[in-house]
Ligand binder design. Structure first.
Ligand code: MEV
Length: 320
């Protein structure tokens, strides 16, 4: 065996990615309005590539086996892997791709984009290649297009960012400067969300009643502009009101459901300054703005007792 082959067979490589949250602007962002997204580093994905002779295999919580036999739910990531291997001119053989994720899938927390990004990063590391932002986004969008149908691109961009971002489709993202710590809680309704069908349902509503629905989308856009100002000026109470108003519009668009609404109402009744769904909706998670750190912990406990499946209190920190 040549020295080169020995070193190849021992080769492993890792790629990581964190999760993301949409603070405000989901759905409207697909139709040209801005959205504000926040990196959510409490949960994430680590992918490890190992040299193992044979067909390319996937090893994940949902499936272990050859890549080409992966179930339908993994076709997006399987296509993304094939696209990345082709792009890097790595032969599609002798690899095991081990995906370890703490992001619950189907909850609007960017699981599909985070998995794609960690996999792409690991394959670039395996090939000893640096990955540019552009390459990362283009390759991740193979999986995202599969997962969301017609994604705005917000999930992939936020996952590669480490600050809150202002996002508009086909525009460069900009950073939002935060003047004070904001304490949020994310709570999982326990219901699976299907972002693809939620996006498709809003698009079909827009076709059926263009003027009425466009007004709602424009309104969410306006609330998002105001929310940027509230974040920059540390206006917690105002931000809370804006989140509540955005929720009203999302309900009108038909992407909230009874379980999300119950959690949102409960969070508000327990003193949240504002609460709304986050991500695609119709299942998935809510985001609530707490009054301060102590309140955030108390509210997290209460939401858990009320029936939220998982609860994550976290701080959006003021930049130094
Ligand atoms: C999903 O996280 C956010 C949506 O606006 C879809 C998208 O922007 O691709 C619902």
């Amino acid at each position: 065996m040549s020295a080169e082959k020995v070193s190849t067979s021992e080769k492993t490589a890792i790629g990581i990615a964190h999760s993301k949250l949409i603070l405000i602007g989901e759905h409207a962002v697909v139709h040209g309005q801005p959205a504000i997204a926040i990196p959510f580093p409490l949960i994430g994905v680590e992918t490890m590539i190992e040299y193992v002779p044979g067909a390319v295999k996937l090893d994940s919580a949902f499936y272990y086996g050859p890549l080409h036999l992966a179930p339908k739910s993994l076709h997006g990531i399987a296509n993304c892997i094939k696209g990345t291997l082709d792009y890097l001119e790595i032969p599609a053989q002798d690899l095991v791709i081990r995906i370890n994720s703490s992001i619950p899938p189907g909850k609007g927390l960017g699981s599909s984009a985070s998995v794609a990004i960690s996999v792409i990063r690991s394959l670039f590391n395996y090939a000893d290649r640096e990955c540019t932002e552009e390459e990362l986004l283009q390759l991740a969008n193979i999986a995202e297009t599969y997962a969301h149908g017609s994604p705005s691109g917000i999930d992939t961009l936020t996952i590669t960012a480490d600050t809150p971002i202002w996002f508009e489709k086909n525009q460069p993202i900009t950073k939002i400067e935060i003047q004070e710590d904001f304490h949020f809680i994310v709570a999982d309704s326990g219901q699976d969300a299907d972002t693809k069908s939620a996006v498709a349902s809003v698009t079909s509503l827009l076709k059926k009643a263009p003027r009425k629905i466009q007004r709602k989308i424009d309104r969410i856009g306006q609330l998002t502009h105001d929310a940027k100002g509230a974040l920059e000026k540390a206006s917690k109470h105002f931000l809370g009101q804006l989140l509540n108003e955005a929720q009203k519009e999302l309900e009108f668009l038909g992407v909230s459901d009874a379980v999300l609404n119950r959690l949102i109402q409960f969070a508000r009744s327990e003193g949240a300054l504002g609460a709304k769904l986050t991500g695609g909706g119709n299942g998935g998670c809510i985001i609530a703005l707490a009054q301060n750190e102590v309140h955030s912990k108390q509210l997290a406990e209460k939401l858990k007792k009320f029936g939220a499946q998982s609860v994550w209190p976290f701080v959006l920190k003021k930049q130094d």
